[in-house]
Design a protein around this ligand. Sequence first.
Ligand code: ADP
Ligand code: MG
Length: 238
Amino acid sequence: MSALQVDHVTVRFGDVTAVDDVSLDVTSGQVCAVLGPSGSGKSTLLRAVAGLEPLTCGRVAYDGHDLRGVPPHRRGFALMFQDGQLFPHLTVAENVAYALRVRRRPRAERVARVAELLDLVGLTGYDARLPAELSGGELQRVALARSLAASPRLLLLDEPLASLDRHLTERLADDLATILREAGTTALMVTHDAEEAFAVADRMAVLRGGRLVQAGGLDEVWRAPVDATTAGFLGYAT
Ligand code: ADP
Ligand code: MG
């Protein structure tokens, strides 16, 4: 069953059409990656889904309910960016618990959930550390735990590993895939990194100049790139 439906969405900024008639579905419990070069409209698409960017045309729906007029904080979505943007003055535990605190969840529940999430991202025992005391990879793991804290019905990931060193991204991409699967997360991830998309996603869509040029399962996209540009982008030696 498809959880998120993006239907013929267009987002224009003046003369610039950042997202051009994009349609895609994300199935419940699956990770869909949108792969595209810089400037192809990835962040704008995510922001439109999140409700942070008004749609020029089209429709975004969740479980069949049109989200028009539903403000970002009422959509039940979580967003994670390239640089996880932790609160620098809060500890790891406080950062992870933040969304639960805002929702006034009881302390015992917060403590239990933080322990569960730190275990999930492999950072048990990091509770009292400050962000300044963490490596880049650890920061992104904490940011991920924080995004998952309120059990969002959809996780939106904007190039979650792009700020990290190449050797780290490979390992972290595999970990990210495992973590999302274990948590049963429904996610839409945008990235310019084909390896990251293949490591993490169940399905993939290729975006260029604001338009989706191809979408399908990983095998489908890999075996039959729609054109030479896409093939090059996927990592074919051309
Ligand atoms: P990506 O995330 O793939 O790099 P973006 O969604 O950030 O792409 O940008 C897509 C296009 O829309 C670019 O041409 C960018 O300059 C333009 N754009 C994005 N945000 C704005 C904005 N707020 N105002 C005007 N143009 C924008
Ligand atoms: Mg972007």
